[in-house]
Design a protein around this ligand. Sequence first.
Ligand SMILES: Nc1ncnc2c1ncn2[C@@H]1O[C@H](COP(=O)(O)OP(=O)(O)OP(=O)(O)O)[C@@H](O)[C@H]1O
Length: 647
Amino acid sequence: MFPALIHTITYLKGGIFGVPLFHKRESQFSIRTPWGLSFPPAYVDTHSLSRRRKIYSQEKGFRYQSMEKPESDVAIIDYLQDAPLSDSYEAALEALSSLVRQQKHGDQKTIGGKYGKLDRMRMYLKTLDLEERVAGLKIIHVAGTKGKGSTCTFCEAILRESGFRTGLFTSPHLIDVRERFRINGVDISEVKFLLYFWNCWNQLKEHETEDLPMPPLFQFLTVLAFKIFVCEQVDVSIIEVGLGGRNDSTNVIEKPVVCGITSLGMDHTETLGNTIGQIASHKAGVFKHQIPAFTVLQVSEAMDVLQENARELMVPLKVVEPLDSKALNGLKLSLSGDHQFSNAGLAVSLCKTWLQRTGNWEKLFQKDNREANLPEAFLRGLSTAHISGRAQIVHDSSSSISHVSPEVAETSGDLIFYLDGAHSPESIEACAKWFSVAVKGNNQSPSLVLSSSHNIENINVVWKNGHVQHEKCNIQEFNKISKKILLFNCMEVRDPQILLPRLVSTCASSGTFFSKAIFVPSISTYNKVTSGTSVVPSDISSKDLSWQFSLQRLWERIVHGIDTDLLEKSTKMDGAETSPHREFLYEDASNCSPSNGYFACSAVIPSLPLTIKWLRDCVRENPSLRLQVLVTGSLHLVGDVLKVIRR
Ligand SMILES: Nc1ncnc2c1ncn2[C@@H]1O[C@H](COP(=O)(O)OP(=O)(O)OP(=O)(O)O)[C@@H](O)[C@H]1O
């Protein structure tokens, strides 16, 4: 890490002070500039003068010192030079966290001011001299309730495979805030993130007034995304709406090339309204006069609202059918679950239109003029796009962790995590369907058949590409006891009374049942922005577990019909001190003693690291055990699990 940092700083100094540049570093930055120079454009901004200099000290973190008009970028470089990269990065995250805290405490200075949200966004862009340059970006803007992240990810992969330099802005992140900003399919590097981050931060701080306070977190990240995409000179920017559409920070985009609206459902009702029509109206807010838009099949109440909004703005709105799997020419969508065919169909239409409207379709694909066939680049994109925490299967081998294809994971692991950050009624149903199909392979009984050489072999029946197939396998695999475990948490603004029954009934209708349910608090919180290397808090004594206990009571009520009024009085609410004992895994419901607050089929564990350790110990101690753990209810929980098992 350290030598890389020295190189980088040398490179930057070279860029600024005219010292010959290290060509080696050029590949790290891969910056293309219109001036033919190879330093980040952020560093040639002539307007970026600052009257304060950023100073970093180990004890005090970052602070400002008055200076006589030094270049803010020089101050950033001094700062980066003074502190190890990891400290600089943590300081940036701390600065970001301060934006959440201000917002959370309802500091009117931060969230209010004289101007509306979108006016302020325009003013931030003006402060950073980005207004015109953002107008020059060729944007795909995507709103919707479910599938935005997946649709944007498919679009990014398709257009990158078609030869374009892509910028992708999605939310939220799972492990590290840099996941939100992908350049050519890769998270932005720490060094680049820091350069753009401090450049924006310093300038906005410098212009902070009562009427134009520092932006709340999502507004800042949106501004930062524009800064990054402009400076990185991407050919296409794919921008996912944060929440809603009409009043979302991303809606400063005035003239996208094309807009998309994914599947609509009931989510964020506190902000967007209590009916699907009201929600649709917010999402339709991204439509722009005469700019083409696409959506997927919607319930009629939502579709009517979308069409009405489209008519008013003379938007040609087309409804896209889910992608036909035959169009994939035998390949598989890289994102699993039936719902992804709807997202993929939308992405294909958005990309085609983007290519047509930018004059690239004919140039690139004029030979592929058969309408029914997707160009090769599209197929490559659809079969390789990746986004974590959406129908993701991770095989944990305790000491090392490997990403494997679903088929391999299903037949080779002892502790398998099925990760999906579903947290709305529609998505939890999609997740339950996916999980039920994904675990199928392990649940088939072995059959004995004669091979052509008349030796008896074990044949495992597995689910592959939507078809039952037969595979040779090891007899020990068959002797394993498979248990399905639910690892769940959701935010208190969600309604677990809808989510948990929907999950249980959808799984049950496919014959999938959970042996145990574990409720655990997430590590990440909204008021702290962390990275993959941030410290995982070890103090569990002060954790308030009352939400997790209420989830457990609900679970016991819906799955085992236990009277929750009784439990209300008997359940110990002040904390679960340890992980469950090992026998817990093998107990059945008859061992429940609700009067003592003990349940044989569910548990509250006070921390995620403890939970993962407990699961690992269970499979280590019993070689014939296979645990299939569905982690869902919250993208935060999914991100936390990925973070803990990767350490
Ligand atoms: N088309 C769809 N229909 C129903 N559920 C979906 C669909 N696409 C994705 N999901 C579910 O929603 C979850 C989140 O997917 P994705 O990130 O693509 O959507 P999103 O709209 O960005 O969600 P969020 O607002 O939570 O970030 C997935 O894990 C999956 O459970």
